[in-house]
Design a protein around this ligand. Structure first.
Ligand SMILES: Cc1cc2nc3c(=O)[nH]c(=O)nc-3n(C[C@H](O)[C@H](O)[C@H](O)COP(=O)(O)OP(=O)(O)OC[C@H]3O[C@@H](n4cnc5c(N)ncnc54)[C@H](O)[C@@H]3O)c2cc1C
Ligand code: FES
Ligand code: FES
Length: 503
């Protein structure tokens, strides 16, 4: 039976039963709720003008996360608390410290980007602890400002902590009248959210479309097997653009987001098993524990709102040739586990992508998890993303090199590449050119020539084919320059931190 969506909006319970499931949160806020403080800039998750903050229960605590409302589909907010910029100012007009700091530091000119910056800073403010300059850079990497310039906004991010903390924070507005401290407000919010939990998931329908959000991996697999024609959706950071940019009617949507067990990350003898529903942020944090050399590549993957909404499974299943996780996962010899009803099968990741945005996933099958084998001893690992901008840019080329050097020879090599073929690709010919050869500049220079010829990339707006080939070869030359004649290969993750190689 169809049920309404229930969420807390700026502290008040709202139920929705008449809005098409593929409506974005931004469209709903602005057009149905008349909350026009949240702006539309790009409508594709790139500029941050639409940022709102979402609180969810995370065990005993609340997790506060920034979200790009322009690419969040409304039913995915069921059971959450959404806060827009309108909620920050107190009823008596007192500004929240984040807003006051922006005023004090002259952080706004035309003001179009300002609500988005304020909400990204508010999310940072709600996360415990003092923010370093690096934390602020990371938090704001997804917000663009065309006129103020970033310096005053960065100053505001430092200043917000110096201003008096709110006495209490009670949804829309806050009081300075001796009301309960923020901790009590949060407890109340957590209780309200607990009351909205749906042990059986959500089945919502309106305007001829349906949103099914099963509450477990098993129920999700059953729903997909029963509706093989339905569009699977996870964080929607790819799928929502089919709505906002291509105006597609997605029909029945089956969401993975309510299946908590699909987001589980576990370690066992077979390695690290990352549930397809794990957010990119959680998946990268888990990978970072074993493969810290990949950290910079993960920092350069989109922005915080995209990394917390988007999933690793979505990146892999979407199969974009410029998707960033796959070259690294291919180099790490990852497998994907697919599930149809109760039946599962495993596949090497490099065999999963069979053509431009085509995968080996059968109708009705879901991607259940990605399994990364344990770190082999003596692994030399590097990954580099090359794009036009450092932050929030799509790769022109991505390469990941995983080598084992034993007694001065390359015992084993696996190379994953992105942006150079119709699919995320393994560079097998180059691997062969490396295996068994001495670890030397000459070997890598010769293999770089093979790598430059291994793929036939295309010219597009991001880079020419010739540039892509040259960059790919140069990244292998860079491996030599970076690792040196005696590569300090780690046998344990701690070794990397000790040698300063983890960055
Ligand atoms: C502003 C912006 C910046 C971005 N930057 C980057 C970047 O730097 N690098 C990069 O690689 N990507 C980037 N992306 C792309 C996107 O964020 C990722 O691909 C993300 O991982 C997709 O995950 P999702 O959960 O949002 O997937 P969705 O959009 O929900 O789904 C994507 C596809 O995967 C399928 N799918 C999802 N989960 C499953 C499952 N369990 N089983 C079967 N099919 C499934 C869906 O049907 C759909 O076809 C960016 C996107 C935006 C909007
Ligand atoms: S409108 Fe640009 S990120 Fe949403
Ligand atoms: S103040 Fe004008 S875009 Fe930022």
């Amino acid at each position: 039976m169809a049920e309404p969506i229930r969420l807390l909006l700026n502290g008040a319970l709202v139920t929705v039963d008449d809005v098409a499931p593929q409506t974005t949160l931004l469209a709903w806020l602005r057009e149905c709720r008349r909350l026009t403080g949240t702006k539309e800039g790009c409508a594709e998750g790139d500029c941050g003008a639409c940022t709102v903050v979402v609180a969810r229960r995370d065990g005993a605590r609340l997790a506060w996360r920034p979200l790009n409302a322009c690419i969040a589909l409304l039913p995915s907010l069921d059971g959450t608390a959404v806060f827009t910029v309108e909620s920050l100012r107190a009823a008596d007009g007192t500004l929240h410290p984040v807003q006051q700091a922006m005023v004090d530091c002259h952080g706004s000119q035309c003001g179009f980007c300002t609500p988005g910056f304020v909400m990204s800073l508010f999310a940072l403010y709600k996360q415990a602890g003092a923010a370093t300059r690096e934390d602020v850079d990371v938090a704001l990497a997804g917000n663009l400002c065309r006129c103020t310039g970033y310096r005053p906004i960065l100053d505001a991010a430092q200043r917000m902590r110096e201003l008096p903390a709110p006495d209490g924070w009670r949804g829309p507005g806050r009081a300075r009248d001796g009301s309960p401290p923020a901790a009590a407000d949060e407890e109340r919010l957590a209780q309200q959210l607990a009351a909205l939990a749906r042990p059986d998931g959500l089945d919502y329908a309106a305007a001829g479309q349906r949103w099914i959000a099963p509450a477990s991996e098993e129920a999700l697999a059953a729903a997909c097997a029963a509706h093989p024609e339905a569009q699977v959706v996870a964080g929607a950071t790819d799928v929502a653009l089919w709505v906002t940019k291509q105006h597609r009617d997605l029909g029945t949507l089956i969401a993975t987001t309510a299946a908590a067990d699909l987001a589980r990350i576990g370690r066992g003898p077979e390695g690290l098993a990352i549930g397809a529903g794990a957010s990119l942020a959680d998946a990268f944090a888990a990978l970072d524990e074993t493969f810290p050399e990949l950290r910079e590549a993960w920092f350069r993957f989109a922005s915080v709102p995209i990394r917390t909404a988007g999933t690793l499974g979505g990146n892999v299943a979407n199969g974009s040739p410029i998707g960033d996780s796959m070259p690294a996962l291919i180099a790490l010899a990852a497998q994907v586990v697919l599930r149809h009803g109760a039946t599962t099968r495993a596949l090497a990741l490099e065999d999963f992508h069979v053509g431009y945005r085509r995968t080996a996933r059968a109708p009705g099958e879901i991607l259940a998890r990605i399994v990364v084998p344990p770190r082999p001893p003596g692994l030399l690992l590097r990954a580099w993303k090359v794009g036009k901008r450092y932050d929030q840019d799509i790769s022109s080329v991505f390469a990941c090199f995983a080598l084992r050097v034993e007694d001065g020879r390359i015992a084993h090599a696996r190379i994953g590449c992105g942006g150079v073929a119709p699919v995320p690709a393994r560079a097998r010919r180059t691997e062969e050119a490396l295996a068994g050869r001495p670890w030397s500049e000459a070997t890598l220079a010769q293999a770089a020539g093979v790598l430059e010829r291994e793929f036939a990339p295309i010219d597009d707006m991001r880079a020419s084919a010739g540039y892509r080939r040259r960059v790919l070869g140069n990244l292998l030359r860079r491996l030599w320059l970076d690792a040196g004649a005696s590569p300090r290969v780690a046998t344990r993750v701690g070794d990397l931190a000790a040698t300063g190689e983890a960055r």
